[in-house]
Design a protein around this ligand. Structure first.
Ligand SMILES: CC(C)(COP(=O)(O)OP(=O)(O)OC[C@H]1O[C@@H](n2cnc3c(N)ncnc32)[C@H](O)[C@@H]1OP(=O)(O)O)[C@@H](O)C(=O)NCCC(=O)NCCS
Length: 269
């Protein structure tokens, strides 16, 4: 059971996350040419949106939790090194896929989300993926390679790793590929590798990534202000983490069809 102290820590983390998002939003407003006086007007319009759209605030994890279960995963790991859910699969990166990955990383909107950056040259990137402390997968959508997801800083002793991901073509963002691939990668980390902890570093304005990870139960571990320099701009870094028990509690269930079969056989009450 959660104690009042634990609740207040969670609340503090959430408040810190909201402050960070507000800071990034404020910077964006300034980039759009909004003056200090106009910020108050924007705040008023934001409230109008809340009133118009209602105040539905169902937790993101509750929503993802309805969307995904481990029972939906097609696990061909031992035979074919492939994991799939819906139209999305992940499989270890092969040398033949390196040119496409190099191409994806040329887009600043992709490349500038990673620190330290990925190597830009083909051979250097292939060598980078072969390092034992890394494990990278190509993301496929409908059989076509569309992105990359994987582990940095694989720490066998502490059973933890850093997750990185990208969907290569920005026009394909927002279609659900990232969250399906993330679900598959977390299954790899917690069920196949049996690791204990997965963490991510997200750069301040990457609200999409923060939302996506929050939906899978990731919680804020820390904020590092003006921590890295990317193309002459100092960026804040957010670290979020997820542990195996939290993820398994949320997602380790049979699929709807499996549950019906178990119910019919009297194995589930
Ligand atoms: C982060 C990234 C991998 C997400 O992949 P994606 O396929 O675009 O993500 P999805 O379509 O699965 O959306 C995931 C969640 O992002 C959030 N999201 C989507 N569009 C958003 C937007 N315009 N603004 C804020 N959040 C948004 C939502 O919470 C969404 O989940 P929901 O649809 O269930 O509400 C992709 O945007 C990307 O490659 N970005 C560049 C590289 C990067 O930043 N990588 C992360 C560093 S580790």
């Amino acid at each position: 059971m959660t104690t009042p102290d634990e609740l207040s820590v969670t609340q503090q983390q959430h408040d810190q996350m909201l402050r960070l998002v507000t800071r990034s939003f404020y910077r964006e407003l300034v980039n759009y040419g909004i003056t200090a006086g106009e910020v108050v007007t924007v705040a008023g319009h934001l409230l109008d949106n809340v009133v118009q759209n209602g105040t539905h605030t169902a937790g993101a994890t509750e929503y993802y939790n309805r969307l995904f279960t481990t029972g939906d995963i097609r696990d061909a790991w031992h035979d074919a090194a492939r994991l799939s859910v819906g139209k999305v699969s992940i499989s270890p990166v092969t040398d033949g896929q390196i040119p496409a990955i190099v191409g994806w990383m040329r887009t600043p909107a992709i490349r500038d989300n990673f620190y330290p950056p990925f190597p830009e040259a083909r051979d250097a990137l292939a060598a980078y993926f072969r390092t034992p402390s890394r494990r990278y997968f190509t993301i496929f959508h409908g059989g076509e390679p569309v992105g990359l997801i994987g582990a940095e800083n694989l720490d066998q002793a502490a059973e933890k790793l850093e997750m990185r991901k990208l969907v290569g073509d920005p026009r394909m963002h927002g279609e659900g590929i990232g969250k399906h691939a993330t679900f598959l990668f977390l299954y790899y980390a917690f069920v196949i590798l049996k690791f204990r902890k997965v963490y991510i570093y997200s750069l301040d304005i990457n609200v999409r990534n923060i939302n996506l990870n929050g939906g899978f139960g990731f919680e804020l571990e820390g904020v590092f202000y003006e921590d890295v320099l990317i193309r002459d701009a100092w960026r804040d870094v957010v670290r979020m983490a997820l542990t195996a028990p939290v993820w398994l509690e949320l997602f380790d269930r049979p699929s709807g069809a499996q549950r019906d079969a178990l119910l019919a056989a009297g194995s589930v009450v």
